[in-house]
Design a protein around this ligand. Structure first.
Ligand SMILES: C[S@@+](CC[C@H](N)C(=O)[O-])C[C@H]1O[C@@H](n2cnc3c(N)ncnc32)[C@H](O)[C@@H]1O
Length: 242
């Protein structure tokens, strides 16, 4: 049985019985205890049950960043913690970044806090996530994040970037062409995919090369984030495209 604390809310896994909240509410100093059954749909919305308390909005501190979010409306993946900081540390001074699938600012906020980018164009389709993205820009006192409510497929071509983050794992490869077309020569993409272990070293990079046409693609890193399901990994491919 596992639980995780996000801000002052406790999330129990489904191995807990619903009655376990009584003991846990005494032990942990939290205002709400919830179970999140799964995350559904393109907008990555939680299907949840409240076991204790009623408030689902909280502020989570991670890697020196503040993330306000409502756990009844938007997702939070604790397992992506290291990746959120890793990307921020790769961003060089003066870079223009596009954060496709920006959510509440999972990547944009750490980039704003830890790097010195010229601008981060953060595109998010879910109005609830976009609301918290705007809140988090204010909360962290950032001035170089440009939040955009819309579809990456439509909005990405409005920008050119030195670095593009593609932090979504459902059908991310459908967005590779639009991302690569907006990437400056010598720019870097961070492409997320859920991939069977035996295809990890081939399928994602082949998909990138297929959409890059005549441009040169250099594989920089395959970063294993976490096990997604039995035999399937959530990976991030860092690739430089000239
Ligand atoms: C929740 S994030 C993934 C989690 C994140 N990588 C992390 O570190 O926790 C994915 C976001 O992409 C958004 N999204 C999905 N399709 C989109 C699209 N076509 N355009 C813009 N945003 C999209 C979803 O609404 C969701 O907020």
């Amino acid at each position: 049985m596992k639980y995780k604390k996000i801000g002052d809310i406790l999330i129990l896994d489904n191995n807990y019985s619903d009655d376990d909240f009584k003991e846990l509410s005494k032990k942990h100093n939290v205002k709400t205890i919830m179970k999140i059954n799964h995350i559904q749909g393109t907008k990555r919305e939680p299907v949840y049950k409240i076991l204790y308390g009623s408030e689902t909005e909280t502020i989570n501190k991670e890697n020196g960043c503040l993330f306000k979010l409502d756990l009844a409306k938007v997702m939070w993946s604790k397992g992506n913690n290291n990746e959120r900081l890793r990307i921020a540390k790769l961003v060089e001074d003066g870079e223009t970044v596009i954060d496709m699938f920006a959510g509440i600012g999972y990547f944009s906020i750490p980039i704003g806090v830890h790097a010195n980018a010229k601008v981060v164009n953060s595109i998010e389709i879910n109005p609830n996530s976009y609301h918290f993205l705007c809140e988090n820009i204010k909360l962290n006192k950032l001035t170089n994040i440009n939040p955009i409510l819309g579809d990456c497929m439509v909005e990405t071509p409005n920008f050119k970037a030195d670095r593009i983050v593609m932090g979504y794992v459902k059908t991310t490869h459908h967005y590779l062409k639009v991302a690569i077309d907006s990437l400056n020569n010598g720019g870097i993409i961070h492409y997320h995919e859920t991939v069977p272990e035996k295809l990890m070293n081939t399928r994602p990079i082949e998909r990138i090369k297929a959409q890059a046409g005549d441009r040169d693609v250099e594989l920089l890193k395959i970063n294993k984030i976490k096990k997604y399901s039995p035999g399937v990994w959530h990976v991030v491919i860092d690739a430089c495209i000239d």
